[in-house]
Design a protein around this ligand. Structure first.
Ligand code: R2B
Ligand code: URA
Length: 282
């Protein structure tokens, strides 16, 4: 293409020097909420002891309200919204951005929240395989009216390394397990508390038991397409999500706000530790 417009980022190859802006990126962290990804960028700024004021970090995508993007040294922090369609649009443009910027040896992390399957709230799940609602390690994409199936295996070494680092940090209980990705937060995740509910409590628990038997430790809404797209594009990828509740015990997120905030910092601390290790800072 003579010009590539990354429409949802409000960036383009003719309007921006992407190699100059992003050429030194080595780590990309993506997560659902724009505010959380801003806090993460500020946290990384402090952790890497970079010059300047962390509070002054600018949203590179301020020209659009679809996604937010912050760059701190070699780390790019990008929001992706909720659900497969939202993250997949973002990933198309992010992967093209990394290509245009001629980035090499990038590791990408999704840091997020999830519902736990038989784990206490606050546990960090490092994803082994991302599975769909039938517990299959695959992502189905409809292309030109036909279903294309892509594998959702993630980088095993990065996952093991993250697990090792979690044991070096206080208060980050972590496990490696499968992550189920659904297309809905309510019925799609077996919740009884949505506006619609077509099943009984017993049926819900039976489904969660089957998920658990298939190695599923948590449920969220983006991991399969994230894993599939990164794999096809040869990007080393990991998914690190904290559980906000144990779904065998309930559906509502009733944990106090300050506790939820602390939980959400756990994947951030773990990934920051990984980055610092890789940069030789610790
Ligand atoms: C986790 O949390 C969000 C739903 O509350 C969704 O984006 C996800 O994967
Ligand atoms: N995010 C989800 O997708 N599910 C939960 O239960 C909690 C957070």
């Amino acid at each position: 293409m003579e010009e590539d417009i990354l429409y949802h980022f409000n960036l383009g190859t003719k309007t921006h020097d992407l190699a100059q802006m992003f050429g030194d990126v080595k780590f990309v962290c993506v997560g659902g909420s724009p505010n959380r990804m801003r806090s993460f960028a500020q946290f990384i700024h402090e952790q890497l002891e970079l010059p300047g004021n962390a509070a002054d970090i600018r949203d590179i995508c301020e020209g659009t309200d679809r996604y937010s993007m912050y760059k701190v040294g070699p780390v790019l922090s990008v929001s992706h919204g909720m659900g497969v369609p939202s993250i997949s649009i973002m990933l198309h443009e992010l992967i093209k951005l990394l290509y245009h910027a001629r980035c090499r040896d990038v590791i990408i992390f999704r840091i997020g929240t999830s519902g736990g399957v038989g784990l206490p709230a606050g546990t960090v799940v490092i994803t082994d395989k991302a599975v769909d609602s039938f517990f299959r390690p695959q992502f189905e994409q409809v292309v030109l009216g036909k279903v294309i199936i892509r594998s959702t295996e993630l980088d095993e070494d990065v996952a093991q390394e993250l697990l090792q680092y979690s044991s070096e940090l206080p208060d980050i209980p972590s496990v490696i397990g499968n992550t189920m990705c659904t297309h809905d937060f309510y019925e799609g995740q077996g919740r009884l508390d949505g506006a619609l509910c077509s099943f009984s409590t017993e049926e819900k628990l039976e489904y969660l038991r089957k998920a658990s038997e298939a190695g599923v430790r948590n449920i969220e809404m983006e991991s399969t397409v994230f894993a599939a797209m990164c794999r096809v594009c040869n990007l080393k990828a990991a998914v690190v999500c904290v559980t906000l509740l144990n779904r065998f015990e309930g559906d509502q997120i009733s944990t106090p706000h300050n506790v939820l905030l602390e939980y959400q910092q756990r994947p951030q601390c773990l990934v920051a530790h990984f980055i610092k290790k890789h940069l030789g800072l610790i």
